[in-house]
Structures are given as C-alpha cells and as structure tokens.
Ligand binder design. Structure first.
Ligand code: SF4
Ligand code: SF4
Length: 103
C-alpha cells in the first residue's frame, strides 16, 4: 500500500517561495470587492470571477515576480486563502505532483 506524502513543514511554506499555485484557481469576485472591471470575467454560471489567461493563471499575477499586481485591491477570497492553510497545502501538493509527472 502506498504511503501518504508527509505534510509539508510549515516553515517551508511561504508565498515568497511559492509558484503562486493558488493564483490558478477560480476566484469569485464579490460585490464588496474593489477589483478593476477590466480584470473581471463572467463565468458559465453568470458569476463574476477574476479573469484568467488561456493557460489558467489569474490575469492580475505578474508572471515574472509571481506577485499579485492588485495586492491592495485583491478579492476577499484571495485575502482569506490562508498561507499554510489546508487549501494552500492542497494546491502546493497538487503542483508538486504535476511537476513530478513532467520531470
Ligand atoms: S497562499 Fe499558499 S499556494 Fe498561495 S502563493 Fe501562498 S504559499 Fe503558495
Ligand atoms: S487577484 Fe492576485 S492574489 Fe488573487 S488570484 Fe489573482 S493574482 Fe492571485
């Protein structure tokens, strides 16, 4: 039986050392958010979401620095995505699996 991967050490997790894995996820834009209209798309359910490029990355991500270009105005959903939280860890694990499969 395969062993489950050990959880990442919390000290190893930091956005500044991450491939911004979470910035490929669908991000809902809520009415109270202050996101520029040009960065918003309407999804198949009629919901406002962060616009993404053809390769899946959020249009607000600076691809060179992997930093959010609207950090001060990023949606609430991004603010609540806790670094080191369970969703963050899941995205990082998924990213590592994809990278390993391409190696
Ligand atoms: S929140 Fe987690 S997945 Fe997102 S950039 Fe930071 S470390 Fe990476
Ligand atoms: S708005 Fe910023 S933090 Fe949120 S997904 Fe886009 S680039 Fe990432």
């Amino acid at each position: 039986m395969p062993h489950a991967a050990a959880p990442e050490d919390s000290a190893a997790i930091h956005c500044s050392r991450c491939q911004a894995c979470c910035c490929q996820l669908t991000v809902l834009v809520m009415a109270d958010d202050d996101v520029p209209e040009s960065l918003i798309a309407i999804d198949a359910h009629g919901m406002e979401v962060m616009r993404r490029l053809d390769d899946g990355w959020c249009v607000a991500l600076d691809r060179d620095s992997l930093r959010c270009t609207i950090h001060a105005h990023r949606p609430q959903a991004c603010r609540e995505f806790a670094m080191g939280g369970s969703d963050c860890r899941a995205e990082r694990a998924s990213w590592r699996r994809i990278a390993a499969s391409l190696a």
